[in-house]
Write a protein that binds this ligand. Structure first.
Ligand code: FAD
Length: 407
């Protein structure tokens, strides 16, 4: 006989940073939270990925789990100096004072795996239920709720599901919501290099336009707690495989960093970035809410991935809380629609902002001339240096609807 599915009021699919953030926000609202995760509890996810955690993200954590934001800030690194060079010549530099004691910093820089470790600890302390090795293979929604089936045949039902199952999002696909957007043409090599205590480097974020030692390719250095993220922007016609592994990788790394760092490579990968947003951030029955990379993918310039996934998660938890608190179906539906509209608007803003950064980094002939002219005049016009420094990350404004939900 078929056993009835295990029921929960709300199920989060995916124990990445966004799923765990959603679970924490649910617990802060007094709701039980169950997370189904495909992976093992002690899985190791490669790459530093979302190293740059904005203060707005820390503020969401501060409300959902008071110690978490301070823990992340304490374990992360705040670089105080940023520099930009053009063809080897400095065109902009600024040093900021250290964060004030007792306040949250403007950002903290640490590997995503560390952020996830702290999130997991906070979730466990808050009583979140985790079900590991539970890969959801089927999702089906109707006006009354959602049914999920895992690869091992376990069935779960929920009034609401928060899908945080990453860029491939089997849940989003199962309920028939598509992504729209484009893929950037150019290739990037992204490398993590561990700190070299024998030859420490100053913790500064440094961007090179046309690095002379890297064949005039753009190179970005971002320090994080324990290491460096180095992004190399490839020229058209470069072989991504050659520059992301073995001798090819070590050769250019040796040219742009002290030689010992080329022996301290922890991870390297190649990317062509997707710039896509889901057509809707909820299913048609308004029972499944998509968050994080299940809802959108952006190029990483401007650090908009995790930093927009966390407010998605918080907004989804709030919408589900409202929907579960009312007896009026129209009110419940409106809460989910409001979530979908607001966070989709934010996602489109972020996609366009990351697109502006990508376009700046791949200029046409006129754009290249503008960059060269700005670099030439930057020594006498600080605004031009500032533009050269900030433009690779896109507009600095927060997206509309990055509301801090109060509860
Ligand atoms: C090179 C690079 C640099 C980046 N830099 C930054 C940065 O500086 N700042 C920033 O904010 N963002 C950055 N990002 C983006 C950031 O890494 C992502 O936005 C973030 O990981 C998305 O988190 P998520 O929880 O939505 O998805 P994921 O981290 O992909 O988590 C999804 C989870 O769902 C689970 N899952 C998948 N399918 C199923 C299923 N069927 N059933 C159950 N579980 C499932 C997976 O195992 C995983 O645990 C960067 C990304 C890259 C690649």
């Amino acid at each position: 006989m078929n056993r009835p599915p295990s029921h929960r009021p709300v199920i989060v699919v995916g124990a990445g940073p966004v799923g765990m953030s959603a679970a924490l926000s649910l617990r802060a609202l007094g709701r039980p939270a169950t997370v189904l995760e495909a992976g093992e509890p002690d899985r190791l996810r490669p790459g530093s990925r979302a190293i740059f955690v904005h203060r707005a993200t820390l503020e969401v954590f501060e409300r959902s789990s008071p110690d978490l934001a301070r823990e992340l800030a304490a374990h992360g690194l705040v670089w105080q100096t940023k520099r930009t060079l053009y063809a080897g010549r400095q065109v902009f530099a600024r040093t900021y004072p250290p964060p004030e004691a007792g306040t949250l910093p403007h950002f903290t820089s640490l590997p995503q795996v560390e952020t996830e470790r702290h999130l997991l600890r906070a979730c466990k302390a808050a009583g979140v239920e985790f079900v590991w090795n539970a890969e959801v293979s089927r999702a089906c929604s109707d006006p009354a709720g959602v049914e999920l089936t895992t690869m091992t045949g376990e069935r779960w039902s929920a009034d609401y599901v928060i899908a945080a199952d990453g860029s491939r999002s089997p849940v989003r696909k199962a309920v028939g919501v598509a992504m729209a957007g484009s893929r950037s043409d150019g290739w990037y090599v992204v490398v993590d290099v561990l700190d070299d205590p024998a030859d420490p480097l100053p913790a500064e974020r440094v961007f090179h336009y046309a690095h002379p030692a890297a064949g005039s390719r753009n190179v970005l250095f971002v320090p994080f707690a324990g290491g460096w993220r180095v992004d190399l922007q490839l020229h058209d016609g470069d072989d991504p495989e050659d520059l992301s592994g073995g001798d090819g990788l070590r050769r250019w790394l040796r040219a742009v960093m002290p030689s010992g760092y080329a022996d301290r490579i922890a991870w390297a990968s190649t990317y062509q970035f997707l710039q896509v947003v889901a057509d809707d951030l909820a299913d048609r029955h308004r029972r499944v809410l998509f968050t994080g990379e299940a809802a959108h993918l952006f190029a990483p310039f401007g650090a908009r991935g995790l930093n927009s996934g966390v407010p998605d998660a918080d907004a989804a938890a709030t919408a589900v809380h409202i929907a579960l608190s009312t007896r009026r179906p129209a009110r419940a539906r409106a809460a989910v629609e409001d979530f979908s509209m607001t966070r989709r608007r934010a996602a489109l803003f972020n996609r366009d902002a990351a697109g502006t950064a990508l376009a700046h980094l791949r200029p046409d002939a006129a754009g290249r001339a503008r960059l060269a002219e700005a670099a030439r005049r930057a020594a006498h016009d600080d605004r031009l240096g500032h533009w050269l420094d900030t433009a690779p990350y896109g507009p600095r404004e927060l997206p509309p609807g990055n509301t801090i939900y109060k509860y």
